[in-house]
Design a binder for this molecule. Structure first.
Ligand SMILES: Cc1cc2nc3c(=O)[nH]c(=O)nc-3n(C[C@H](O)[C@H](O)[C@H](O)COP(=O)(O)O)c2cc1C
Length: 198
């Protein structure tokens, strides 16, 4: 894996926009270059859940963006769609069941879907952070398909064994797991200790 290459971060229209903001801020703090793609419904959730209406608002909430490049989800020919572009992997946080299903079927009808398809075919890390409850058999089958194709399904299910007392601590838990799975050092969330469940 090229550890200097950018991470592609996609934000889709599942509840959990604060997780996305936390992951983007953590990548920015870690000085990791980011290729950012936000779906239409992703923007809607950023607005509904965090009052973030546009790119300027997202930037204000997440860092200096010296190494963030934003791509339109409609541009299926943009850099993240190319297997030859160096990449450290891709995170979809939060990941809607709609996007998850499309990736599981390989439809590639948006840049997010195409970029995920490419990450899988190139055998790079793909981390999807779904947020839905309960799951239907279709959701579970799609998650199994993605797991079998090499993705990591990392649900937005923070643990409570470290006794979090703030929402920030819950966000840090998930953002920390995402960065760990990308092999990026961080100081988010509880450190592993004997008895921790995962
Ligand atoms: C307010 C709101 C909340 C939603 N929450 C979820 C959710 O938690 N999980 C989910 O899978 N879909 C959720 N959806 C549905 C997705 O946004 C919808 O399936 C959409 O087509 C996904 O498109 P995208 O994956 O391109 O963002 C929600 C939609 C809205 C408007």
């Amino acid at each position: 894996m090229n550890t200097n290459a950018p991470v592609t971060l996609a934000i889709t229209g599942a509840s959990g926009a604060p997780y996305a903001v936390r992951v983007l801020r953590a990548l920015d703090d870690a000085r990791v270059a980011v290729r950012l793609i936000v779906s239409e419904t992703g923007w809607r959730l950023l607005s509904e859940e965090m009052d973030i209406a546009d790119e300027a608002g997202l930037r204000e909430a997440t860092g200096d963006w010296s190494d963030v490049v934003v791509y339109s989800n409609r541009d299926r020919g943009a850099t993240p769609a190319s297997g030859s572009a160096a990449s450290r992997g891709m995170v979809i946080c939060p990941c809607s069941m709609g996007t998850l299903a499309s990736i599981a079927q390989g439809t590639t009808r948006s840049l997010i879907e195409r970029a995920a398809d490419v990450v899988l075919k190139e055998r790079r890390p793909l981390i999807v952070v779904p947020r839905e409850t309960p799951y239907s058999a279709i959701h579970l089958e799609n998650m199994l398909r993605l797991t079998r194709a090499g993705a990591t399904v990392l649900p937005a299910s923070p643990g409570f064994y470290h006794r979090p007392s703030t929402i920030e601590a819950l966000l840090d838990f998930i953002a920390g797991r995402v960065l760990s799975h990308l092999g990026i050092e961080h100081s988010l969330g509880p450190r592993w200790s004997a008895g921790e469940r995962g």
